[in-house]
Design a protein around this ligand. Structure first.
Ligand code: 5GP
Ligand code: 5GP
Length: 230
């Protein structure tokens, strides 16, 4: 059942900007708890390798978590490490209120955020070396400690239908506001404009402390991007 015995190197704490999730061609739906705040929401806490592992090591770690890198498939993170350990609401009972606020689903599948949390736990959390409560508590504590929405607003980067922002000014604001370099991912709105979609903060193996991100990312960003209102 254990897909990977390999130690991961760090976590990505991934947060999504709801305005950018919702204004794509696909659109979004609000969870059954109502419209979330106009704030970054957690997508997941993802164990990662600092270096993708090549074909030779693939046999060792199985076929999960492969990424296309040119012609060779490389494994860049572990995933689905234990399907025999599904998320139990009972284990995270005391966190549910905070999770509903900070980790809401915007997908139109079911409107049930618990299904999003269960999916993220099964795919990523089971590889984290944390237990269920520790995993969700770690993500919530990190998000609460570094308020990305406030950090950007302090730098004059506020949601707007018209303004664009330099990607570098967003990176700089996050580096200054948190003390650590993050990675940024962009997507496109329904009319094809590039916008900030997700922020990837890097976290040490304990899940407690931010670190500078060890790898840059190719996140479909341009040098000027939007931050659409939600
Ligand atoms: P996408 O292809 O939309 O970027 O990512 C699809 C899914 O693959 C993500 O939701 C996540 O579960 C996983 N994923 C993508 N990039 C990374 C990464 O850099 N690290 C980890 N651990 N998972 C990733
Ligand atoms: P990943 O991209 O982490 O592999 O997959 C995320 C999965 O969670 C997708 O299957 C998606 O349908 C589901 N999901 C539920 N709510 C959300 C949400 O608010 N944002 C994202 N990105 N995925 C969500």
């Amino acid at each position: 059942v254990l897909a990977s015995a390999e130690q991961f190197d760090f976590f990505y704490l991934v947060q999504q900007w709801p305005g950018s999730f919702c204004d794509t061609q696909q659109g979004c739906c609000f969870p059954d708890t109502g419209k979330p705040a106009a704030d970054f929401g957690i997508h997941g806490l993802w164990p990662n390798y600092a270096k993708c592992r090549s074909a030779g090591e693939r046999e060792l770690v199985g076929e999960m978590g492969l990424v296309d890198m040119g012609l060779r498939r490389k494994k860049c993170w572990p995933e689905y490490c234990n399907d025999g350990n599904p998320l139990s609401l009972w284990e995270i009972k005391d966190l549910v209120k905070q999770l509903d606020q900070s980790w809401p689903t915007l997908s139109c599948k079911s409107g049930k955020s618990m299904e999003f949390w269960s999916y993220e736990w099964r795919k990523h959390g089971t590889c984290s070396d944390l237990d269920q409560h520790g995993y969700f508590a770690a993500a919530l504590a990190l998000k609460a400690r570094y308020n990305l929405t406030a950090i950007l607003a302090d730098a004059g980067i506020v949601p707007s239908d018209d303004d664009t922002y330099f990607l570098s000014s967003i990176s700089d604001a996050i580096a200054e506001g948190t003390g650590f370099k993050a990675n940024l991912e962009c997507n496109r709105d329904a009319s094809g404009e590039t916008q900030l979609f997700q922020v990837y903060q890097c976290v040490d193996r304990s899940g407690k402390r931010l670190i500078d991100c060890p790898l840059p990312m190719q996140g479909k960003c341009r040098d000027r991007v939007k931050l659409p209102p939600f």
